[in-house]
Design a protein around this ligand. Structure first.
Ligand code: XMP
Length: 507
């Protein structure tokens, strides 16, 4: 990769010695002679962390208005990843992780069960709580398989107080398989009997697993989905660096989380590095993403403290006001390039977080050496984000809230039962002993706004990845590694930027 006209001036007090820093709109990628004949020859597969790879290197931001379980499921199915935010009780966040891990499986180990004398209401409640469409019915005393109850069995809407025994398929009508069945044998059995679910039972008749047609179809239809070795969708979850962060990390790991994202506004704070070292020591095998930083020194320190990926971005996010409030930040392209240079010797990937408005921005971030991008705004308006679609001024919109905005802080305080005295909202956070991240944001560094309703997250990911693929083909790159090697930027002027956008048209 090379960049023209980017002077590397020595740091110093004189105004003339200020380094120039650029962002996505300041540059364009130069096309080069390319042997790529079709975009289908291009692989966008890229590392999320030192160990995990995504076919679509897009990560849904760990924000309240972006990522909970439905977004994480959609992102992983699309080949990306969702990071569940941390502004909710530990048990709720862990339950969301569990929900994603259960959404798809090759073989569901430890399937949800219900006692044979339960009522329809209890079964409905459990299905709703766990987000599943079937329950194995087991003997109250011996735990043996007694039947199976699916959402289809309840289609005619029986009353809540009726016994499930009336609606479940009984054991003697069920086809089952032993615990060590292969996936191919299970597929053939499901096909031969034209059934949807195959419970696996041990020698005593106790259910120990379940194979579903739905999972096998998903495997065939979405070969690029982000999955673990057991065929479960990958999911990330965010933690802070104080308060309950160790307990939270342990609960998330127990729930099966694949990546922990240690996320604070200033990831180069010493307490953030100490927290990262502590987590690395306690959980040597879990993938740890750490951030946010915007400098080579910050990235280098995070790598040394044990990060498996470094998240880069101070102030580029669409709902961020850090640069306005604190006057702090580094334009994102330079921040990414500096971090990449520092991370490369450690073989640690960089995630470019914030400021991605168009596919071309993502292409520039990856060209600059990042291996994934994190996106908030673009995904906040989709069906999979939390919150409902509302109509404002005749347009369909959804709310998008910066995590350090006054509105987000107020909601968290309310959730924690902290009553701010009128007029002293943020001062009260510290005195109330709340999470120091809240105290650290005593002045809001984000805003709440609305974003256009955008339908499906899958379409957003496809659009971003389509742009990246196209960009790579202009750069004669079939892999992200080749793109890093071949990409060449030119710096442009305001006139160049005007020329780049649609112009002289009635749009
Ligand atoms: P986009 O541009 O996709 O960026 O909306 C998402 C990223 O923005 C960051 N973020 C914040 N930064 N104050 C900040 O300074 C905030 O209130 C805030 N909320 C989110 C975060 O890195 C996210 O991934």
């Amino acid at each position: 990769m090379s960049i023209e006209l980017l002077p590397t001036l020595p740091a110093g007090p004189a105004a003339t010695a200020f380094r120039l820093a650029l962002t996505y709109d300041d540059v364009l990628l130069v096309p080069r002679r390319s042997s790529v004949r079709s975009r289908s020859e291009v692989s966008t597969s890229s590392r999320l962390t030192r160990r995990l790879t995504l076919a679509a290197p897009v990560v849904a931001a760990n924000m309240e208005t972006v990522t909970e379980a439905p977004m994480a499921i959609a992102m992983a199915r699309a080949g990306g990843l969702g990071v569940i935010h941390r502004f909710l009780p530990v048990a709720h966040q862990a339950a969301m992780v569990e929900r994603v891990k259960r959404a798809e499986n090759l073989i569901i180990r430890d399937p949800y069960r219900i006692g044979e004398d339960a009522t329809v209401g209890e079964a409905r409640g459990l299905m709703r709580e766990k987000g599943v469409r079937s329950l194995l019915v087991v003997g109250r005393d011996d735990g043996r398989l007694a039947g199976i109850l699916t959402a289809r069995d309840l289609r005619l809407d029986p009353a809540d107080d009726e016994p499930i025994a009336r609606y479940a398929t009984r054991r003697d009508q069920l086809v089952t398989a032993p615990p060590d069945v292969t996936l191919e044998e299970a597929r053939l059995t499901l096909h031969r009997h034209r059934i949807e679910k195959l419970p696996l039972i041990d020698a005593d008749g106790v259910p120990v697993g379940l194979v579903t047609v739905q999972d096998l179809v998903a495997l065939r239809e979405r070969p690029h989905a982000s999955k673990d070795v057991r065929g479960r969708l990958l999911v990330g979850a965010a933690i802070g660096v104080r308060g309950d962060y160790l307990e939270r990390a342990a609960a998330l790991i127990d729930a099966g989380v694949d990546v922990l994202v240690l996320d604070i506004a200033h990831g180069h704070a010493e307490h953030a590095l100490a927290a990262l070292e502590r987590l690395r020591g306690d959980h040597p095998d879990i993938d740890l993403v750490a951030g946010n930083v915007a400098t080579a020194a910050g990235a280098d320190d995070l790598c040394r403290a044990g990060a498996d990926a470094v998240k880069v971005g101070v102030g580029p996010g669409s709902a961020c006001t850090t640069r306005i409030v604190a006057g702090v930040g580094v334009p994102q392209l330079t921040a990414v390039m500096d971090a990449v240079a520092a991370c490369r010797p450690h073989d640690v990937p960089v995630i470019a977080d914030g400021g991605i408005r168009e596919p071309g921005d993502m292409a520039k971030a990856i060209a600059a050496g990042a291996e994934c991008v994190m996106v908030g705004n673009l995904l906040a308006g989709t069906d999979e984000s939390p919150g409902t679609v509302v109509t404002r001024g005749g347009r369909k919109v959804k709310v998008y809230r910066g995590m350090a905005s006054a509105a987000a802080t107020q909601r968290r305080m309310a959730a924690e039962g902290i009553e701010p005295p009128a007029g002293t909202l943020f001062a009260s956070v510290r005195s109330a002993g709340a999470d120091v991240d809240l105290a650290g944001h005593a002045v809001p560094e984000g805003v709440e706004a609305t974003v256009p309703y955008r339908e499906s997250a899958t379409a957003i990911v496809a659009n971003l990845v389509g742009g990246l693929r196209s960009s790579m083909s202009y750069a004669d790159a079939r892999t992200v590694a080749e793109f890093h090697e071949n990409a060449e930027f030119v710096r442009i002027t305001q006139a160049g930027l005007l020329e780049s956008r649609p112009h002289d048209l009635d749009l």
